[in-house]
Each structure stands twice: as structure tokens, then as C-alpha cells.
Design a binder for this molecule. Structure first.
Ligand code: PMP
Ligand code: GLN
Length: 379
């Protein structure tokens, strides 16, 4: 078989979660909460499923949910999106990213990808015949390196993918980052694909700078997010894409043949649940406390703590503990100390690895305490 993605294996998230289950390790690898979502959200799901909302949803998404997102984006980011023509519900952010990339990337187009990066971007670019052009984010805080991004732009640059708050580093884009991006793409046709799945997890009073806040960017952007993170329901796979009408029209052509529509009763449930904004606006303080708890528990350990500004991930540098590669060490940690993490090198395509592992702190306090106790014992 002449395969289309010869270089792609099983995603690290499946690999590490399976290994964690096999060895009964505490799973801080794949990003998902180990606590339940709000019981009221489940009641709403039950209500809509029982009342018969179980057939195909509208291909663009249930109108009430598109309306609720339009309202949320208007209040949070002062951006106006038309729910009929500019908002599309997808089966998770993964589908939205794939549809956006497929809608615009043509063979030989270049797409600038800032690495480390989430693992679904590059296969989607390559399946469409595009070429990822990698620019490394800058240590120690993993900010974008604007000189290098500028240097990576060519006449073939079709798009730039950004992700804020950033998985796996937790970096949150600043006003200066956004302004620099806007200046860089002005007078070009470069499209922005903005992955904002952690939009409600920006810490220490940092606002989430959605691309939708910036008119010059929003008019050329696909903005992708997901309710999986926001409502502790990663298994529901309900995401969305905001994009100007002409962009959304192309996006919807792909979406209708990828999945056609998204699970119906969950869309109704989320639409009603979103009517109370504190249900998402309180998420940042909730996860900030989790971060502080986990980091506090690791004080005095041999790990170097790389401050996280957003998301539910914490990077830890282990160079004082081991000189082994992060993939080898991640496997050893599962088998020998019973804690699963993600090796950060898998988020890179070009760069040497940095002896860093990613830990997910979307866990109940007891789990975080147990994991930290094991990690603290390492010399
Ligand atoms: N983008 C990023 C940065 C992610 O971390 C994830 C995974 N959680 C996704 C996209 C995919 O989101 P979803 O589970 O909604 O498909
Ligand atoms: N986004 C999640 C993470 O980074 C995993 C999603 C997945 O398993 N595909 O851990």
C-alpha cells in the first residue's frame, strides 16, 4: 500500500493513555479532566435527548447554539459574527481545524506552524499537499519569534496557524504579539487559523486575546474552539469555527462531507447551559487554582518548573533528574514511578528536544497530590 502519511504513527495521546492504563499509572498525559462535568449539564442533555432531539442536526449546527456562541463572542470579545453565515458547529476543534486547513490549503502552499505545536495541524496540511514551514517558539516562555516568522514568509505562504493559550507550553499571546501579527499580514493575502480551544483558561488576570478582537485579523481568520475543555466534556466533541462569510462558505463545503453535522442533543444542552456566562468565565480561576496547587506541591522537587500562563498543562524540565530523552523517560516514569506525562519533543518537527515533559493538571486534588508525591521522590 502506498500510504499518504508514511511518517505518521499513533498519536502520542493514545499511546500514553494506553500505557498509563496498562501499568495503572496516574494519567497526567492526555489532556482531559478526571472529574465530572456539571450535573445540570447532564440534566439538560437528558432533557433534550428524551424530548426527541436525536436526528441529524442542521449541517451548520443547531441554531440556538450558533446564537449562543454569537452572544458569547459579542460580550467576551466585542466581535459580531452572524450565526447564520459565520458560525459553524463541528465535531470538536479537530474537525474544525481539518476543515479550515482543507478549505484553503492547495498543493505547494506553505503554512507557517509555530512549534512545539498540537499534533493534528501538520498531517492536515500535508494531506492537502501543503508544506508546513516551522518556526520555533522562543524559550524560556515560548513566545513567538517575530523576526523568524517574518523571515519565513514567502510568496507561497497561504496561512499562519496560531494557538493561544498554547498547548503544550501554556504561553498566552500578548497585545504586542497580536499587533505584530496584524502588521505582518497587512498587505498580504495570508490567512490566519487561530486555535483558541483554551480560550477560557488564561491565568493571572491575563485576558484571552482572541483573534476576533482584532478587526484586521478577524476578516482573514478561521477561529476554532471547543466546548470539550470549557465544560469538562472532552468526549462530547462539540467545537465551532468563526469565520467571515466567504470563508465560512468554503469551510461548510468541507464540513458537510466530513461529518455533515454534529451530535444533536449535546448542542441543545450546551446552548441552554451557556445562557449563564459564569459557567465559562469562572473556568480560568478554577484552573489557576489547580495550577497553583500542582506547582506548590512540586516546590522543592528536582524538576524545573516552566511557568504556565494558560491551558491545563504544566511543563517540567527534568535535566537535574535524567539525561535520557523525553520519550524514553516518559515511558520509564509510567513503568517505574507510576505517573504518565507527554514528552514535549513529539510536538516538534525540527527542533532538538529540551528535556521537558508535559503534565495535565485537570485532575482532582487527590490525584494531583498522589502524582506530586511520586514526582517529588525523584532525585
Ligand atoms: N487544539 C488544541 C491545541 C488541543 O489541545 C486540542 C485537544 N484537546 C484540540 C485542538 C482538539 O480539540 P477537540 O477535542 O475539541 O477536537
Ligand atoms: N488535546 C489533548 C492533549 O493535548 C488530546 C486530544 C487527543 O487526545 N486527541 O492532550
Amino acid at each position: 500500500l502506498r500510504t499518504k502519511l508514511p511518517q505518521v504513527g499513533t498519536t502520542i495521546f493514545s499511546v500514553m493513555s494506553a500505557l498509563a492504563a496498562q501499568y495503572e499509572a496516574i494519567n497526567l498525559s492526555q489532556g482531559f479532566p478526571n472529574f465530572p462535568c456539571d450535573a445540570y449539564l447532564l440534566e439538560l442533555l437528558n432533557k433534550y435527548a428524551r424530548s426527541g432531539q436525536n436526528q441529524y442536526a442542521h449541517t451548520f449546527g443547531v441554531p440556538a447554539l450558533r446564537q449562543a456562541i454569537a452572544q458569547m463572542v459579542a460580550t467576551q470579545y466585542a466581535a459580531i459574527y452572524n450565526p447564520d453565515t459565520e458560525i459553524t458547529i463541528t465535531s470538536g476543534a479537530t474537525e474544525a481545524l481539518y476543515a479550515a486547513i482543507t478549505a484553503i490549503v492547495r498543493p505547494t502552499d506553505e503554512v507557517i506552524v509555530l512549534e512545539p505545536c498540537y499534533d493534528s495541524y501538520v498531517p492536515a496540511i500535508e494531506l492537502n499537499g501543503g508544506k508546513p514551514v516551522f518556526v520555533a517558539l522562543q524559550a524560556p516562555d515560548f513566545r513567538p519569534d517575530w523576526a523568524q516568522i517574518r523571515a519565513a514568509i514567502t510568496p507561497k505562504t497561504r496561512a499562519i496557524i496560531l494557538n493561544t493559550p498554547h498547548n503544550p507550553t501554556g504561553y498566552v499571546w500578548t497585545p504586542s504579539d497580536m499587533d505584530t501579527l496584524a502588521a505582518l499580514v497587512a498587505d498580504t493575502d495570508i490567512i490566519i487559523i487561530s486555535d483558541e480551544v483554551y480560550e477560557f483558561m488564561s491565568f493571572d488576570e491575563r485576558p484571552h486575546l482572541s483573534v476576533s478582537r482584532y478587526e484586521a485579523l478577524r476578516e482573514r481568520a478561521f477561529i476554532v474552539s471547543s466546548f470539550g475543555k470549557t465544560f469538562h466534556t472532552t468526549g462530547w466533541k462539540v467545537g465551532y469555527c468563526l469565520a467571515p462569510e466567504a470563508f465560512s462558505a468554503e469551510f461548510r463545503k468541507i464540513h458537510q462531507y466530513l461529518t455533515f453535522s454534529t451530535h444533536t442533543p449535546t448542542q441543545y444542552a450546551i446552548a441552554e447551559y451557556m445562557q449563564e456566562p459564569t459557567r465559562y468565565t469562572q473556568l480560568a480561576s478554577f484552573y489557576q487554582q489547580k495550577r497553583d496547587k500542582f506547582v506548590g506541591l512540586l516546590q522543592g522537587s528536582a524538576f524545573g518548573i516552566i511557568p504556565t500562563q494558560g491551558t491545563y498543562f504544566q511543563l517540567l524540565n527534568y535535566e537535574k533528574i535524567s539525561q535520557e530523552s523525553d520519550t524514553v523517560l516518559a515511558e520509564k516514569f509510567v513503568k517505574e514511578i507510576g505517573v504518565a506525562a507527554i514528552p514535549v519533543s513529539v510536538f516538534y518537527h525540527n527542533k532538538q528536544q529540551d528535556k521537558v515533559l508535559r503534565f495535565c493538571f485537570a485532575k482532582d486534588d487527590e490525584t494531583l497530590e498522589k502524582a506530586a508525591e511520586r514526582l517529588r521522590q525523584l532525585p
